[in-house]
Design a protein around this ligand. Structure first.
Ligand code: ADP
Length: 602
């Protein structure tokens, strides 16, 4: 195509002009040739006439001479045999005169007048000849010679010659004129023919070039047409292969909803082949109905043709195949438009959703089973919490008794218990104390669950922070910690729980400090619609593998040397999660720890 476009174009006007010029030149040459032919034609008639005039004039003169010669011979000899040419001339001369008369009658009137003038002169001459012959016969030689010597006959003959000479001169002048005319006409024809031939030669060369270019252009056009046909075929093959490879059924129709294409999947789902279905209305090969009511459903192609936009099927549609199978399908149809936007057909894409239906049913069943399990779990959790609450609450009383009686034992038997018994009692007291701490924390933890439905309030976290610092005053002073805090927000929740949260995190930072002077910082940052708070310390840090575990109940890393129950972070997690947030730690051993938690923004 590119090659075709690059060929220099000869304007069509130039070709037309060349043709017109060629026709004009040929017409001119033809016209001139015809004119020349006419001139020659007319000339040849005239020429024949002139020839006839000359011939009959000369014949006339010759006959007269013969007559005169015969007369002279007879006059001299008196013998009759000399009169033979004379008598012959008497027969020829009228014929010659007639021929001359006929030849000049077709020519100019002057010539006819000359012939008319010639006729009496000849008669006179013939009369003179006859008279002298008669005198010779009757009166003898001398009498006849006397008549001859009068020169009357010679004068007559001279007049005749003169007239004949005029006739011949005029005839030869006509011949010369004809010759000049034909020669000029031939010359003109030659000139025009030469120039015309030159022009025609130029036009012929130009036309040859034009024809060659046009031929080349036509060949290029044919080649590009063949190429574009190949490309179209390739595109068609590609499209058919693509449509054939699609896992969904594809049916195309024309603008009247009659089938034009069916891919392999649609053939197997509808039970129709393209050979049988082509040209049939879509309803024939694609009957669909509502799965629940059995009512006939309008096919989407009609809808697309009516509304001019993409249309999908309602849920629960069944396709009835040619062999009576009922297949649940899902589909959509879209208009096919040409370059001007006019709808020239519709393409319908549909798929068999039998398997999907089965999966949906299975999913529904598993969701129900999951919900049942979750409910069971929640109930078990509630029971467990209730149990833990009762246990921690009810166990406190006997523990308090053990602690009280241990104190009584120490105080009542002061100095009377030996060392071993004293050590045993001290262990009992410490164990009891530890058990009491555990139960108190456990109770606090389970109570968080029990309070779950209490109404929340707006809590000022700065005030919470101040209270916690006050609570931990002794520990802070004893550790020499520097605790700093950015401005903290006001959030929804329970103040007591936020106090537990802050106190556990700051308390842990103090407990798990390193040898470096302790610095604790509390910061708050607003992110994506919530607050993110961070409690950062420069303490001993936590190895990454424990970052999640430490939030579990009773999970401790440094249990031996540092007092604690392992419930503090579990309480923190519960407080945060109850407000809809989450808590996590980022830390490395020896590099301190930052506990992050998020709280919903009001
Ligand atoms: P505990 O009563 O032991 O402090 P927690 O639930 O509060 O229980 O903490 C669980 C464990 O997490 C702790 O035993 C400790 O090993 C670790 N931990 C908590 N806070 C920190 C911290 N700021 N720095 C280092 N380790 C910490």
């Amino acid at each position: 195509m590119a090659a075709f476009q690059s060929t220099r174009k000869i304007p069509q006007g130039t070709e037309l002009l060349s043709l017109i010029i060629a026709v004009l030149v040929v017409s001119l040459i033809g016209g001139l040739s015809y004119q020349t032919w006419l001139t020659f034609n007319r000339g040849s008639e005239k020429l024949a006439n002139i020839r006839e005039v000359v011939k009959s004039t000369n014949a006339l003169l010759s006959s007269l001479k013969d007559a005169e010669t015969g007369q002279r011979g007879f006059l001299l000899t008196g013998q009759d045999r000399y009169l033979k040419p004379y008598r012959q001339a008497l027969t020829d001369i009228p014929a010659n005169l007639k021929a001359l008369n006929d030849a000049t009658a077709a020519g100019s009137p002057d010539q006819a007048a000359r012939v008319a003038a010639l006729r009496p002169r000849i008669q006179e001459k013939l009369d003179e000849l006859k008279q002298t012959i008669d005198i010779r016969q009757t009166k003898g030689f001398d009498a006849a010679v006397a008549v001859v010597l009068t020169d009357r006959g010679k004068a007559q003959m001279d007049q005749i010659r003169e007239l004949c000479s005029e006739i011949l001169t005029v005839a030869l002048d006509g011949l010369a004129e004809y010759s000049a005319k034909t020669s000029s006409s031939a010359h003109r024809l030659g000139l025009v023919s030469t120039i015309g031939s030159g022009g025609l030669l130029v036009l012929l060369i130009f036309s040859t070039i034009t024809i060659q270019r046009a031929t080349r252009r036509r060949l290029e056009l044919i080649r590009s047409l063949v190429e574009s046909e190949d490309r179209t075929k390739e595109a068609r093959d590609w499209l058919q292969t693509t449509i054939g490879s699609i896992g969904d059924g594809v049916i195309a129709t024309d603008a009247h909803g009659n089938v034009t294409l069916l891919n392999g999947v649609s053939e197997s789902l509808t039970g129709w082949t393209i050979d049988h279905a082509a040209g049939l209305p879509l309803d024939r090969i694609f009957p669909i109905s509502n799965e629940e009511t059995g009512a006939v459903v309008e096919n989407p192609v009609s809808k697309v043709l009516r509304e001019g936009r993409v249309a999908g099927l309602a849920n629960h549609t069944l396709l009835t195949s040619r062999d009576g199978r009922q297949i649940p399908i899902d589909d959509s149809a879209a208009p096919i438009r040409d370059g001007t936007g006019k709808i020239i057909g519709v393409v319908l894409v549909f798929r068999d959703i039998t398997e999907r239906r089965k999966v949906e049913v299975r999913d529904k069943e598993s969701a129900a089973a999951l919900a049942r399990q979750a409910e069971l779990l929640a109930r078990t959790n509630a029971d467990l919490e209730q149990f833990a609450y009762s246990a921690s609450h009810d166990l406190q009383e006997p523990l308090r008794m053990i602690a009280n009686y241990s104190q009584l034992l120490i105080r009542g038997y002061r100095g009377r218990l030996d060392d071993e018994a004293g050590l045993c009692v001290r262990y009992i007291t410490e164990g009891t104390q530890r058990m009491q701490d555990l139960l108190a924390d456990l109770l606090a933890y389970t109570q968080l669950g029990a309070d779950a439905h209490d109404s929340a309030e707006i809590v000022d976290l700065s005030a919470v922070y101040e209270k916690v610092i006050q609570n931990l005053k002794a520990a802070i002073e004893e550790s020499g910690a520097t605790v700093t805090c950015d401005g903290l927000p006001r959030v929804h929740g329970h103040e007591a729980q936020f106090i537990q949260l802050f106190q556990n995190l700051i308390g842990n930072a103090i407990k798990y400090r390193s040898d470096s002077p302790l610095r604790i910082h509390i910061a708050a940052e607003e992110m994506d619609g919530h607050w993110r708070l961070a409690v950062t310390d420069n303490g001993i840090g936590i190895p990454p593998e424990y970052h999640r575990k430490i939030f579990g109940v009773f999970k401790r890393l440094h249990g031996k040397t540092i007092p604690g129950t392992g419930i503090g972070l579990a309480i923190c997690q519960r407080v945060v999660e109850r407000t809809g947030g989450r808590i996590w730690v980022e830390s490395e051993p020896g590099r301190g720890a930052t506990f992050y938690f998020t709280l919903t923004r009001d």
